[in-house]
Design a protein around this ligand. Structure first.
Ligand code: FES
Ligand SMILES: [Fe+2]
Length: 396
């Protein structure tokens, strides 16, 4: 461990009680740098795209792991490629667009040309390069990836254990949240920059929805008998019985909250399979939220909406209308989150030194299997975070 890491780890001591989290963690630039190194670039898998976003040969998407720009491509043979989004010459970001379709990518600086499999194809002036220059040595740097139910997970650490070990028992709820077989088709995105540290976004709990979100009350969505499962690595799956709205007549178009699914017992899902990304399946919506930190004070989230590949046009339109009206930064059931996240960030210096998790935190409750409206599962994640970051905890 280098001296700088030790210095950062000495900045924080967690309180003796596991449900208290020091607020310094949400605002320190030094801690954020250590998080990038240990968590985002460490032995973890990050969802970076769904195959439903790059369905045709040549489709591509760009994203970030921490602050590392990456490029995800659909190859001519149907396979997928994941690369560092940087030219192998002098490091110019190769693809600035968020998505598109291209068989080749040309770097603007000296016009090196790559195919979408990351191979270097064209180099102006290379007859005057060193004698041992070989194009094969200058392809785009590949990133290790695995695909689960269509979701493409990537890691920058070649020593990361297989993805199945990370997902553990949340694998099946994650699969269900992606429609069971993961054969999804992109409908569109809403993208938002939250004025908050990434862990504030990550901290979302089951306690707040019926209390903060006005539409939960209007639609009578609160009070389900869901089970929240959390693993030792902090990954969470909240599975609830689906309760369609009983009193939606005040809506001009009640079909907005109609459930047309074939099997109501499938319930509704909120699954967190990594540091800051969530899969959501409520009513007929398939949504995956790709999150990324943007420095210590900002978090960017891309809400991607999907339909199933087998949907007819009417069902696809229903899912699109439902997703884009209910979810996202201006969605009926998630509208208020951004305001609270930013108020947390703005008030970090006020009040108590710590933030507290209390709902469901009782001796007779199992933190690994808690209720739909508890926040005890968050404590398990925070303990994993504390250990992964190397912070100590005060003695009781
Ligand atoms: S930096 Fe890309 S071609 Fe020179
Ligand atoms: Fe919320």
């Amino acid at each position: 461990m280098n001296a700088n890491t030790q210095f950062i780890q000495d900045l924080v001591t967690f309180p003796a009680k596991a449900n208290a989290v020091p607020k310094t963690l949400y605002e320190s630039a030094e801690i954020y740098q250590l998080e990038l190194e240990r968590l985002f670039y460490g032995p973890h898998w990050h969802p970076v795209a769904h195959t439903g976003e790059i369905r045709e040969s040549g489709d591509y998407k760009t994203f970030y792991i921490g602050e590392v720009p990456i490029l995800i491509t659909r190859l001519a043979d149907g396979g997928v490629g994941v690369f560092h989004n940087a030219c192998a010459h002098r490091g110019t970001m190769l693809v600035p667009e968020v998505r598109g379709n291209a068989a080749e990518f040309q770097c603007p600086y000296h016009r090196w040309l790559y195919d979408n499999g990351g191979n270097l194809r064209g180099v102006p002036g290379d007859d005057d390069f060193p004698e041992d220059f070989c194009k094969a040595d200058f392809g785009l740097r590949k990133i290790r990836f695995e695909i689960f139910a269509g979701l493409i997970f990537a890691t920058l650490d070649d020593n990361a254990a297989p993805l199945s070990e990370q997902l553990g028992e949340i694998a099946e709820p994650l699969r269900e949240s992606l429609g069971g077989d993961g054969r999804l088709k992109l409908l569109g995105y809403q993208k938002v920059m939250y004025n908050a540290n990434w862990k504030t976004y990550r901290d979302q709990d089951g306690y707040h929805p019926p209390l903060l979100h006005a539409a939960f009350k209007l639609l009578n969505w609160q009070g389900g008998k869901g089970v929240c499962t959390v693993a030792d690595n902090g990954l969470i799956a909240l599975v609830s019985q689906l309760a369609a709205a009983k009193n939606s007549d005040f809506l001009k178009d009640p079909s907005l909250v109609e459930f047309r699914g074939v099997d109501p017992s499938k319930g509704s899902y909120v699954v967190c399979p990594s540091l800051i990304s969530f899969g959501t399946k409520h009513l007929d919506m398939f949504n995956f939220r790709f999150g990324m930190p943007r420095g210590p004070f900002k978090t960017e989230v891309h809400w991607a909406y999907f339909c199933h590949e087998d949907d007819d046009e009417e069902m696809a339109n229903h899912r699109l209308r439902q997703s884009s009206n209910l979810l996202g930064p201006s969605g009926l059931v998630s509208l208020e989150d951004a305001a609270v996240f930013s108020r947390i960030q703005n008030a970090l210096k006020a009040g108590t030194e710590n933030a507290y998790f209390l709902k469901g935190v009782r001796k007779d409750k199992d933190p690994y299997k808690s209720g739909q409206n508890d926040e005890i599962a968050n404590i398990v994640w925070w303990e994993w975070y504390r250990k992964a970051m190397g912070f100590s905890r005060a003695a009781a």
